[in-house]
Ligand binder design. Structure first.
Ligand code: B12
Length: 252
């Protein structure tokens, strides 16, 4: 099956839930990262990166909270992401697919996939790192963590994982470069914001955006995971009420 058909199928499965998908070749990713992060697959192997857009919270997460796959309220975002990535993989019963989420770790406790690099090579979101700058204003030994910026959602998105189609080779696949949406000054600014005070979220608005997190979503992600239970219970109740209202409206 050619890439465009696979991609169309994948889009049909994930886009209604607020995810986007981008294709890349394992070789493009491996050419960037150092040894412990390289995949052992053939460089021409096809992979897709899945990202969550702001609407994922309302389209996938809230329904997941009241659905049958969320028995308790333990780690629901990761469970929801895992559910949707696995569900996406199961749309291709004839393919051998490895699904890796952003939070999966290898034996040495390192992330199994660096999603920012994957996002860059797949053309989804430019990964701004210290090395992206021509003029570097920071002290040599200062650790500057890189940040990806999506051309439509700025920093209001998440990179959720990859699907590797182990038996599909795409030697002629063309690479689409990510859009470099920032000036040199904005690159310094976004890295300062991300490294200085990421909690205020201003790095996310470094460019004008099409959509950002709803108030509920922002409150959710700004709350430390260990303190989210009351919020989750409230969101669950709200989602149940909405579901009930919808049911009653449909069956009037
Ligand atoms: C571990 C981790 C953390 C750690 C440490 C972060 C770090 N980078 O050191 C902690 C817990 C502190 C953390 C915190 C946060 N994180 Co975090 N984190 C991760 C995680 C799981 C792995 C990152 C990692 O270890 N990278 C390893 C290092 C070595 O990678 P690297 O620096 O990119 O180096 C590679 C590249 O440079 C590449 N490379 C080399 N040359 C070139 C050239 C090119 C062109 C390219 C493309 C690549 C490339 O090779 C290197 C490796 O060999 C990722 C998800 C993932 N699986 O990727 C999320 C992730 C980076 N985090 C994310 C976020 C949002 C956050 C927080 C804001 C969350 C929050 N609200 O609290 C904070 C803010 C961080 C901060 N400012 O301090 C987002 C970033 C989104 C974005 N827009 O970029 C990610 C991608 C998660 C996601 N699902 O979207 N995080």
């Amino acid at each position: 099956m050619e890439v465009s058909r696979l991609k169309t199928t994948l889009r049909c499965v994930v886009e209604p839930y607020g995810f986007e998908c981008y294709h890349f070749k394992i070789g493009w990713y491996n050419d960037c990262v150092t040894e412990p992060f390289k995949f052992t697959y053939d460089p021409d192997t096809l992979a897709f990166l899945l990202i969550s857009t702001p609407s994922m919270f309302e389209k996938a997460f809230l329904p997941f909270l009241v659905g049958p796959h969320c028995e308790d309220l333990c780690d629901p975002i990761n469970r929801c992401v895992n559910y949707h990535l696995t569900h996406a993989g199961s749309a291709f019963p004839d393919e051998d697919i490895e699904v890796i989420t952003y939070y999966d770790k290898n034996d040495t406790k390192q992330p199994r996939v660096l999603v920012q690099t994957a996002g860059h090579v797949a053309g989804a979101a430019f990964y701004y790192q210290r090395s992206s700058l021509t003029h570097d204003p920071w002290e040599k030994d200062k650790n500057i963590i890189g940040v990806s910026i999506h051309p439509r959602f700025g920093g209001w998105f998440g990179m959720r994982g990859v699907l590797i189609f182990k038996n599909i080779r795409v030697p002629t696949l063309l690479q689409v470069p990510p859009l470099d949406v920032l000036s040199e000054e904005q690159k310094i600014e976004v890295l300062n914001r991300f490294n200085g005070n990421f909690r205020d979220g201003t790095y996310r608005d470094i460019i004008p955006v099409e959509d950002r997190y709803s108030e509920d979503q922002w409150t959710f992600f700004s709350t430390p995971a260990k303190d989210r239970r009351p919020l989750l219970e409230h969101l669950k109740e709200q989602a149940l009420n909405e579901q009930c209202g919808q049911y009653l409206a449909d069956n009037k």
